[in-house]
Design a binder for this molecule. Structure first.
Ligand code: BG6
Ligand code: MG
Length: 214
C-alpha cells in the first residue's frame, strides 16, 4: 500500500515542548500548594489545555468554579508562551527535518495535527511552517484526542482518504485518535506507553522512509 500523506503531531514529535508544558504546570501546582511530578505529567500529553488542568487539579485534590479554572489555565498558558517564545530551530528534534524533506521529495503530502492552540508560534519560531501542506491545531477542532477529528480534518485538507495517511504521535491519546480515524499509527517514543500503535520508533534520527511502508 502506498502512503499519500503523513500527519505529524507537534509537541513531543517535532519538538520537545512537553518539558515547557511540564515546567508551567509544575509552577502552577506549586502556587496552589502541591507537587506535580514528571510521572503525573505523562497523563497530560496530547490532552487539551482545560482537560490538562482538570487532571492537574485532580492530582492536587482541588476543585474550583469554571471562572477560576479559566484564569488558572490562562496563567499557565502565559508562562508556557513565555518559554516557547525563546525557542529556535536548534530545538527541532534530531532527524525530523530531513525526514519531512524526504517525504516532500517523494511527493507525499504533509500536515500538522496538534491539540495545541500555540502551534503557530512554535512553527514560526522554528521556521518550519512551509513544510506543511495543511496545519490543523487546537484552534480548528472542537473534540480533543482520542477523538479522531484533528486527523480527519487534516486528511480532508490534504484531499486524501484517511486510509492513505500515516500519523506520527508521542501520546497514547494521539495513537488512539489515529486508529479511530482509520489511519496507520506510528508511535514516537517508548513501546510501554505506545503499544496501541501499528509500530513504534524511538525518534527520527536516521529514520528511513521504509518506516511508512505497511
Ligand atoms: C498537546 C500537548 O500537543 O497540546 C498537551 O501534548 C497540551 O500537553 C495540548 O495540553 C494543548 O496545548 P496548548 O498549547 O493549547 O495549551
Ligand atoms: Mg504530542
Amino acid at each position: 500500500m502506498s502512503v499519500k500523506g503523513c500527519i505529524f503531531d507537534l509537541d513531543g514529535v517535532i519538538v520537545d515542548t512537553a518539558k515547557y508544558h511540564y515546567l508551567a504546570w509544575k509552577r502552577l501546582a506549586a502556587e496552589l500548594g502541591f507537587e506535580f511530578t514528571i510521572k503525573d505529567n505523562e497523563r497530560l500529553k496530547g490532552v487539551s489545555r482545560m482537560k490538562s488542568l482538570e487532571i492537574l487539579l485532580e492530582v492536587g485534590g482541588l476543585n474550583f468554579d469554571d471562572k477560576t479554572k479559566v484564569k488558572l489555565a490562562e496563567k499557565k498558558n502565559n508562562w508556557y508562551v513565555e518559554y516557547i517564545s525563546k525557542m529556535d530551530k536548534s530545538e527541532i528534534l534530531p532527524g525530523v527535518e530531513n525526514f519531512i524533506k524526504s517525504l516532500k521529495e517523494k511527493g507525499i503530502k504533509t500536515a500538522l495535527g496538534s491539540a495545541s492552540k500555540n502551534a503557530m508560534i512554535i512553527l514560526n519560531n522554528l521556521k518550519i511552517l512551509d513544510y506543511f501542506d495543511a496545519v490543523i491545531d487546537g484552534n480548528k477542532v472542537k473534540k480533543a484526542k482520542p477523538d479522531p477529528e484533528v486527523f480527519l480534518l487534516a486528511a480532508k485538507e490534504l484531499n486524501l482518504e484517511p486510509k492513505d495517511c500515516v500519523v506520527f504521535e508521542d501520546a497514547e491519546a494521539g495513537i488512539e485518535a489515529a486508529k479511530n480515524a482509520g489511519m496507520y499509527a506510528v508511535g514516537v517514543g517508548s513501546l510501554d506507553i505506545l503499544h496501541k500503535a501499528d509500530r513504534v520508533i524511538m525518534g527520527f534520527d536516521n529514520a528511513k522512509l521504509d518506516i511508512i511502508k505497511f
